[in-house]
Design a protein around this ligand. Structure first.
Ligand code: ZN
Length: 266
């Protein structure tokens, strides 16, 4: 009997792992899954966004299992176990990319206004929507709209610690700031009305620190304003083997950070 059980185990062990691996969706994992459009769209969904902390290994497993779209996922499908046993290196790499995005996140970029009576900001998932200024392109970021208040009203704070990497005017981005977070993510804040101080490249930046004020600068030579409604354009970029700046969708990152919103009076 023992021998029979042993024999059955030997025979079906491979098949069992095969089944588990197909269940975990490992076949879509490659060394560069984290450069794919499916990864970049970052469709985390409300189940992930509502969590207090994000477990990047669990996120990688869920994304792999569910074709990189968790937007319709019910909570009962959490957590998905086991992790893929095939392609562990590729899986680790994917999880590492999620760590770069999520590990340094501390604050939502626009504090909540405690004074009340003022229209709040709004935003939607506008990832890769068409933009035509400066040639046809996809929208690499998320726009937080300043609804009714004028340029210079809404404060913009750093979502992460980091180092100020880029300061100054960009034709498309207007007055922009670019912060490199400790894990390597690049957080890009564009169309500002003004800077909170005279930022220099290399300055340390602290999570929650005032960077500047929301505006409508850009789409022209230095100083151009008023070409579009007041908003903060937020971009998140990764450095990968093949891309210096690989844009990922900030929408669900922002949804996750809504519970980490500073309160101030402005
Ligand atoms: Zn934008």
């Amino acid at each position: 009997m023992k021998i029979l059980v042993l024999l059955l185990l030997v025979l079906f062990n491979g098949a069992l792992f095969e089944f588990l691996d197909s269940y975990t969706g490992y076949e879509i994992l490659t060394a560069y899954t984290w450069e794919s459009d499916a990864f970049r769209a970052l469709k985390c969904g409300p189940g992930i966004a509502s969590k207090e902390e994000i477990d990047c290994e669990e996120l990688a497993a869920l994304m792999t299992r569910h074709g990189f779209n968790l937007q319709g996922l019910k909570k009962k499908n959490f957590p998905v176990l086991p992790f893929p046993t095939k392609r562990p290196k590729e899986f680790k790499r994917l999880a590492a990319a999620y760590h770069v995005i999520f590990d340094d996140l501390r604050f939502f970029p626009i504090p909540e206004n405690r004074s009340g009576g003022h229209a709040d900001i709004s935003y939607k998932d506008g990832w890769l929507e068409k933009r035509s200024y400066g040639g046809e392109r996809g929208h690499e970021g998320c726009d937080l709209m300043g609804d009714t208040e004028p340029a210079g009203y809404y404060p913009v704070v750093s979502m992460t610690d980091g180092v100020m990497e880029r300061v100054g005017w960009l034709e498309k981005g207007g007055w922009r700031l670019g912060v490199r977070a400790p894990s390597g993510g690049y957080f890009y804040y564009a169309h500002l009305a003004s800077y909170a101080r005279d930022w220099s490249e290399g300055d340390p930046v602290y999570a929650g620190e005032l960077l500047g004020y929301m505006g409508d600068s850009g789409y022209g030579p230095e100083g151009t304003t008023g070409q579009f409604p007041v908003h903060l354009h937020l971009g998140i970029y990764l450095r990968t083997d093949h891309y210096d700046e690989l844009s990922v969708n900030p929408y669900w990152v922002l949804r996750f950070l809504e519970k980490r919103r500073q309160k101030s009076r402005y």
